[in-house]
Every structure is written in C-alpha cells, then in structure tokens.
Design a protein around this ligand. Sequence first.
Ligand SMILES: [Zn+2]
Length: 57
Amino acid sequence: MKGTYSMGKKSRGHTHIPCRRCGHTSYHKSHGFCSRCGYGNSSKKRKYSWQAKRKKD
Ligand SMILES: [Zn+2]
C-alpha cells in the first residue's frame, strides 16, 4: 500500500504517552521516562550542553 491512504495505520500503538511534567507526548511507555524533560529518569531536568540557547554574538 502506498500513499497518504496507508498513513492511517501509523496511529497504531503508543510508544510515547503525554508526559506529566512537560506535557509533551514524549514519555516512553516501556522505558519509563520522558525523552524531552527526562521525567522518570532522574529528578533533574533533562539538559544537554548542545541544547543551550546561545546569545547573539
Ligand atoms: Zn516530559
């Protein structure tokens, strides 16, 4: 099956569910943590150096 028609099957299954902390659908059901804010993984907020917003230089 090809085309937009087959896209309907994409809704099958939920790997990520809405996160309680950040509200995004990034909470991994089986892994037990949010890929966006890190909820469930650690008490700290998920943060990486590469995601820090740089000031205009
Ligand atoms: Zn989250």
